[in-house]
Design a protein around this ligand. Structure first.
Ligand code: HEM
Length: 463
């Protein structure tokens, strides 16, 4: 494929630059060009014109949502030439408008439906792309197309993510077909029919793969859906902390259970991603260096809202990669552990203490399984290669996969579990074993033999 071909986008953009109008930005032409060559290979002339468009932003008048969209789009489109390409810009997170840690706490109750919509749209869009490619209706990202059997698995796992979400959105009544491809088609129609213009636009603009390989589409959408889940989790954890502060154990349990359910429901996303062709991943990841989920602000928010990270971890790549979360932690962001300990200090009835402990334990176990599944997937996809976030790669993940989620829990009951010096039991302060590997060995199962998430089975089954 000739990456140097310059399409009509340059002409459309240069005409727009002569007469800039916020409402008429040639998004479709620009995105087409990005998709044609891959974001890493966009011709300098187009980049130069986009940078010029960005200089015009302050002088453009129009509705704020349109200004925001154009600014966010240019933020993600120009990250590579600006040399600030990273995980948030790779995923175009600013276009997705996830809930954030500074949102008013009252919004915690609405976070679930908000995130449901987004997860449904992201996963349905991933399925729509697979369907279009299988039907021969698209030439988008034409390299290394997966075979029909692999795509069939994607439909099945995608539908497993979608079903509970569409159920809550009352969009599941049309899922009548039995075959996964036909049912995926029905799901896509249902989700698309429910989307606003702004949501459709956000979907179209938030996918700028670095290369032209089919599987990168799935990779991006799965990462975006996980980010949405983490954003929901951190919102729920903030809700739980506030509830504990007010002595409302029921409400705290409600938020913790909601967080656990959301994380459990995200499990099939790993199964979906486990169908990614290893060679395809290794090919496009040559151009993703510098963008790693170690920069996931939402994941580190979840971790640090549960419990104060060890000093060694705060002063490591783990938190240097998310400077604003690190600042929050250093500024004394309240943790669930602390809120729990403070509440217990006031004397909590035993049944409440047990219920709270069970909810915390259950959430912690689900997060531990998430880490384990992630680790196994990374081993399969990456082998010995180092990470794109400047770590050694999987040895880093092996070391951090069983960091304690909460420290106040002892035998499933909160209280009395706080380590006297606040350091994780393995003693070196950063959760790393001396040999860089976790002590439970490399068999991928927890020490208690508990099966890992369904996705993990998929990674082991996959050829
Ligand atoms: C092909 C699949 C994947 C591979 C090979 C992979 C690999 C890695 C590696 C090597 C790291 C260590 C940091 C680095 O140097 O990059 C990492 C960190 C991380 N990954 Fe993944 N990953 C994959 C999929 C995912 C997915 C789907 C998510 C969901 C958002 C995710 C979330 C994370 C998070 C949150 C971290 C930071 C963990 C921490 O700092 O404790 N990864 N990943």
């Amino acid at each position: 494929m000739d990456r140097a071909v310059v399409s009509v986008s340059t002409a459309e953009l240069s005409s727009w630059l002569r007469n800039p109008d916020l409402m008429k930005f040639p998004y479709a032409a620009v995105v087409r060009e990005y998709h044609h060559v891959g974001k890493h290979f966009v011709p300098p002339e187009l980049l130069r014109m986009l940078a010029e468009a960005r200089t015009l932003l302050p002088s453009l008048h129009g509705p704020w949502p349109h200004v925001h969209t154009l600014a966010s789009f240019l933020d993600t489109a120009l990250d590579k030439p600006d040399q600030r390409y990273d995980y948030p810009t790779y995923l175009a997170l600013s276009l997705l408008q996830l809930p954030g840690p500074d949102d008013p706490l009252e919004q915690a109750l609405f976070a679930r439906p908000r995130c449901d919509r987004l997860i449904a749209q992201l996963v349905a869009d991933a399925l729509a792309f697979e369907l279009a490619a299988q039907d021969g209706r698209t030439t988008l990202l034409p390299r290394m197309r997966p075979d029909a059997a692999v795509v069939g698995k994607r439909y099945r796992h995608g539908l497993r993510v979608l079903r509970p979400v569409l159920g809550r959105m009352a969009l599941d009544s049309g899922l009548t077909e039995v075959g996964p491809a036909d049912q995926a088609r029905q799901a896509c129609v249902a989700v698309r029919g429910d989307m606003s213009f702004a949501e459709r636009r956000a979907m179209k603009l938030s996918i700028l793969p670095v290369d032209t390989i089919h599987d990168e589409y799935l990779f991006l959408r799965v990462l975006q859906a996980f980010e949405t889940t983490f954003a929901l989790l951190s919102t729920h954890l903030r809700g739980a902390i506030a509830a504990l502060r007010q002595g409302e154990v029921d409400r705290a349990v409600y938020f913790l259970d909601g967080a656990r359910t959301a994380l459990e429901e995200s499990g099939p996303l790993f199964s979906m991603l486990a169908t990614m062709q290893v060679e395809a991943f290794r090919t496009f990841r040559q151009f993703t260096e510098g963008a790693s989920a170690i920069q996931s602000r939402n994941y580190k928010l979840v971790e640090s809202l549960c419990s104060m990270p060890d000093p060694g971890r705060i002063d490591s790549q783990a938190y240097f990669s998310v400077p604003d979360v690190r600042m929050r932690v250093l500024a004394g962001q309240e943790t669930l552990d602390e809120a729990c300990a403070a509440l217990l200090g006031t004397g909590v009835p035993e049944p409440d203490r047990v219920r709270l402990g069970a909810a915390m334990e259950s959430f912690a176990r689900t997060l531990a399984r998430w880490r384990q599944t992630h680790y196994r997937l990374a081993v399969r996809m990456l082998g010995e290669a180092s990470g794109t976030g400047y770590t050694q790669g999987t040895p880093y993940l092996a070391a951090v996969r069983d960091l304690p989620v909460f420290r106040t829990l002892q035998n499933g009951v909160p209280g009395g579990g706080l380590h006297p010096n606040g350091v994780h039991a393995n003693g070196n302060g950063n959760g790393l074993h001396e040999n860089g590997l976790h002590g439970n060995g490399e068999n991928g199962l927890h020490a208690d033999g508990e099966a890992v998430l369904e996705a993990d089975k998929e990674t082991r089954r996959a050829p």
